[in-house]
Design a binder for this molecule. Structure first.
Ligand code: SAM
Length: 301
């Protein structure tokens, strides 16, 4: 590879270091020059899936010994990586796609190598999260990365409840067989009015971006089977002042119900009566209960 930017001079690539190297999320042209330089420089490449990585390396004309470091062996494999580093080798780590450690293995390896007193060097590049956010719009300029929601319904509701009042946009990863269920659950728990960006197959042949509301999301996905194919990033607008106003509008109803009912029953009834999001009402009910209890404490002083 021509050293277009004199890469070896721009930064010293220390020996006995672990390089965390981002790789493309689809389009193989999205590798960085530094990533190619480092992958060519290292003595060994640790990879989430050595067969996938071998194919990728072949496309770039790089030949290196590989070793597997994946979700199920990350701690043990870290010991081997540390041995190679202590012997003075440079080792790169790559996940199957995108940036290691982002809903991917890599972070335990980073911790183990740092705990052993060795150097870790980030080599940045593609990530589906940042790629989707770059085309979301100003409403997603502050964000919380959630990644994959739990697959069990109860845990999913709990996770969303904890996020319902966050003012930041929420970013989710999702697989094709669950995307419809997830978008439906998001609408049910966060309310149908929030903006939603469905980013599918980013950087690939069938890349598709669609912005709609959470209520419109399931209809859009069901209107053409192709719309549920591929890999997805979902970006959902954060909790807004407008939502606040509509939630606060239900305060008196919630307060009355809370006087005689447990929180969950009061929220269920309030959601049925008002059509507002159950999660948002739940979070507000907890706030109102807190305020009432604080009032009581103040009163005693
Ligand atoms: N480490 C990766 C990153 O930096 O984005 C993420 C790996 S995670 C195991 C895989 C998930 O990322 C997919 O299920 C999908 O939600 C998202 N993803 C990865 N590539 C994508 C793409 N090209 N388009 C849309 N989403 C993608």
């Amino acid at each position: 590879m021509p050293d277009l930017f004199d890469l070896s001079r721009q930064q010293h690539y220390p020996e006995a270091a672990l390089f965390i190297v981002a790789t493309p999320i689809g389009n193989l042209a999205d590798i960085t020059l530094r990533a190619l330089h480092v992958l060519s420089l290292v003595d060994r490449i640790a990879a989430e899936d050595t067969r996938n990585t071998q194919q990728m390396l072949t496309r770039y004309g790089i030949e290196k010994p590989t070793l597997a470091v994946h979700e199920h062996n990350e701690r043990e494999a870290a010991t081997r990586v540390i041995d190679y580093l202590r012997a003075g080798e440079r080792v790169a780590y790559v996940s199957d796609a995108g940036t290691p450690g982002i809903s991917d293995p890599g972070s335990r390896l980073v911790e183990a190598v740092r705990a052993a007193g060795l150097t870790v060097v980030p080599i940045p590049g593609a990530s589906a999260l940042v790629t989707a956010l770059s085309v979301a719009g100003a409403w997603a300029s502050g964000f919380t990365f959630v990644g994959f929601l739990p697959s069990k319904a109860r845990q999913r509701v709990d996770a969303l409840q904890a996020l319902a009042l966050s003012p930041h946009a929420l970013v989710f990863y999702e697989a094709p067989h669950r995307v419809l269920d997830t978008v439906t659950a998001l609408g049910e728990t966060l309310g149908g009015e929030r903006k939603l960006l469905i980013a599918r197959e980013l950087t690939k042949l069938h890349e598709a971006l669609h912005v709609c509301t959470l209520a419109e999301g399931p209809v859009f996905l069901q209107s053409d089977p192709n719309r549920q194919r591929g890999e997805f990033v979902l970006v959902v607008e954060g909790h807004t002042v407008t939502e606040d106003a509509s939630v606060n509008a239900h305060d008196s109803l919630l307060k009355t119900l809370l006087e005689s009912l447990p929180v969950s029953a009061a929220v269920k009834l309030a959601a049925t009566l008002t059509g507002a999001s159950r999660n948002v009402l739940y979070a507000r009910a907890l706030e109102l209960k807190g305020e009432t209890e604080d009032d009581g404490v103040d009163g005693e002083q």
